[in-house]
Design a binder for this molecule. Structure first.
Ligand code: IMP
Ligand code: MG
Length: 199
């Protein structure tokens, strides 16, 4: 049984363990290195949720590339619109470059759609998405995810950079939380989380 404690009284249940994350990130790094060989790769990671994934992915990419960050937060008054507040904009130009947008999780797809629309205004040569997790059961708007880590069921996850009320980003595995923030007891085996990349 995969469980761990991070100092709180209750352990949470692991959906995707650390070793499986590392394996998959390494595979994604290889795929991206092949796909963008000979191209001018500009990675754009979305803060805060993707920071750990992006750091690991960057080290799994073997071709020259740059990394920049965009910080976003939701507008309280506009849930479900996908319109987010940009709290940190890009530092470098992405004009004529091949952008890889690195996200922690695609849920409804609204945020990614809005970000792609925003980034297109900077005239990149191309934009592709790399998302660690895909919660496709909750999709509202179709999003193409050519580089996808894992398909996951409709559960709220934390860890490996992802939070619940700014907590749990430091967990090394991806774990399931109930909506009230307490541990979920019905464990989903990592194999059921899917391990195929989208094609
Ligand atoms: P979307 O616009 O619904 O696709 O939302 C995407 C964003 O919601 C992600 O980038 C996350 O920041 C957040 N999110 C969605 N599901 C989860 C989850 O299970 N855990 C933590 N954050 C989540
Ligand atoms: Mg996010």
């Amino acid at each position: 049984m995969n469980s761990f404690s991070t100092g709180e009284s209750s352990p949470r249940k692991v959906l995707i363990p650390q070793n499986r994350l590392q394996e998959r990130v390494s595979e994604l790094g290889n795929e991206i290195s092949q796909a963008f060989a000979e191209k001018d790769l500009a990675i754009v990671a979305i803060l805060k949720g993707s920071f750990i994934f992006a750091a690991d992915l960057l080290r799994a990419i073997t071709i020259p590339c740059s990394i920049d960050f965009m910080g976003i937060s939701s507008y309280a008054g506009q849930p479900r619109s996908g319109v987010v507040q940009i709290t940190k904009d890009l530092d470098q130009s992405i004009a004529d470059r091949n952008v890889l947008l690195v996200e922690d999780i695609i849920d409804t797809g609204l945020t990614a759609t809005y970000l792609i629309h925003t980034l297109r205004q900077h005239h990149p040569a191309s934009i592709d998405i790399c998302a660690l997790l895909d919660k496709s059961a909750r999709r509202i708007i179709d999003v193409s995810i050519p580089y996808r880590g894992f398909e996951i069921p409709d559960v709220f996850v934390v860890g490996y950079g992802m939070d619940f009320q700014q907590q749990f980003r430091n967990l090394p595995d991806i774990a399931i939380l109930k909506s009230n923030g307490s541990p979920k007891t019905d464990v989903i085996h990592p194999d059921q989380a899917g391990n195929k990349s989208a094609s």
